[in-house]
Design a protein around this ligand. Structure first.
Ligand SMILES: NC(=O)N[C@@H](CC(=O)O)C(=O)O
Ligand SMILES: [Zn+2]
Ligand SMILES: [Zn+2]
Length: 347
């Protein structure tokens, strides 16, 4: 039985760090285990321009513990007013790694997102030319479409037509939650990859709704049926380099989630690596964890893998995580995987 596993230091290719007091409280949680993260731009107001990204990056670096080597990789929030030249400059000067497409109204802080793709085609064409990746929150926002179908409908009605129109564009399907998402990636020729969250490997929609409503399992895209969770697990452990970790750790103050209209987002930064080791061991695939968490994302974004390693050890007693992380913006409830975790990252 494996009880010790050394892997290249992992990266988180989809992370929400927020701003202000929340940023100060949560940044150390990601910096502890991860080498780099792609930081989402959905602040209020969003991170739209190169200058916005430079300033936000400084605020993140200032929030890190002294001596931390954690590197935030910035994204620009795509709006219908986004300037293609500014985006290209941000990429070429290595200020921003990717652009983020939020269909307007699809998720937390997406009001400034895109309503009409025609209006951003100029930016997307420029990105295709320079090899800059589009990260996509892949859900339609049409209120007629059932919330559990919004990812599948997005793939058919928005993503596939876009990729046929502009096949040179590199697209990351963020936080896929369905077998449809897995099949779309595996069936495509090139220029597509997908991130998978920690929580979507562990919970299905029953966690949110069966036996009582549990707001801390509510996120977008919402967790789906068990067969979708199983497809995500197969993709994660497959060794296919087009699938990699993006935790989508999305902190909200506990009282904003425990509300009559609770917000979407699950905070997994503190215990993600323990959860993933648990999942990969359950699947008999611990040997694939390094590819998923530490190699495939870096390869996709054309970056070297981290030079350092981390060591996970399997303890005899369950690892204890605090139920919440205290921040200056209030406590943030930590993801409860509903199973004991025995794998811990050694300091
Ligand atoms: N995943 C979520 O449920 N919420 C994210 C937004 C997002 O990634 O869609 C957030 O910013 O809170
Ligand atoms: Zn999203
Ligand atoms: Zn997210």
């Amino acid at each position: 039985m494996t009880t010790e596993l050394a892997i290249i230091r992992p990266d988180d290719w989809h992370l929400h760090l927020r701003d202000g007091e929340m940023l100060k409280g949560v940044a150390p949680e990601s910096a502890r285990h991860f080498g780099r993260a792609i930081v989402m731009p959905n602040l209020v107001p969003p991170v739209v321009t190169k200058a916005d990204a430079v300033a936000y990056r400084e605020r993140i670096l200032a929030a890190l513990p002294a001596g931390s080597r954690f590197q935030p990789m910035m994204t620009l929030y795509l709006t219908e007013e986004t300037d293609a030249a500014d985006v290209a400059a941000a990429f070429e000067e290595k200020v921003a790694l990717a652009v983020k497409l939020y269909p307007a109204g699809a998720t937390t802080n997406s009001q400034s997102g895109v309503r009409d793709l025609d209006k951003v085609m100029g930016v997307l064409e420029r990105m295709a030319e320079i090899g800059m990746t589009l990260c996509v929150h892949g859900e339609v926002t049409d209120p007629e479409v059932d919330i559990f179908d919004r990812e599948a409908v997005f793939i058919e009605e928005v993503l596939d037509p876009l990729r046929q129109r502009l096949p040179e564009l590199r697209v990351t399907m963020e936080h896929i939650t369905t077998k449809n998402g897995v099949d779309y990636v595996t069936g495509a020729d090139d220029n597509i990859a997908a991130s998978i969250t920690t929580h979507h490997l562990m919970i299905n929609r029953n966690a949110i709704l069966a036996g009582g409503i549990r707001p801390h399992y509510y996120c977008l895209p919402v967790a789906k049926r068990e067969r979708h969770r199983l497809a995500l697990r197969q993709a994660a452990i497959s060794g296919d380099p087009r699938f990699f970790l993006g935790t989508d750790s999305a902190p909200h103050p506990t009282d904003a989630k425990e509300s009559a209209c609770g917000c979407a987002g699950i905070f997994t930064a503190p215990n993600t690596m323990s959860c993933l080791a648990h999942v990969f061991e359950e699947e008999g695939a611990l040997g694939q964890l390094e590819g998923f968490a530490s190699r495939h994302g870096a390869d996709w974004y054309g970056l070297p893998v981290n030079e350092e390693t981390i060591t996970l050890t399997k303890r005899d007693e369950p690892v204890a995580y605090p139920p919440a992380v205290e921040t200056g913006a209030g406590p943030v409830t930590v993801f409860d995987p509903m199973v004991e975790l025995y794998w811990a990252v050694e300091d």
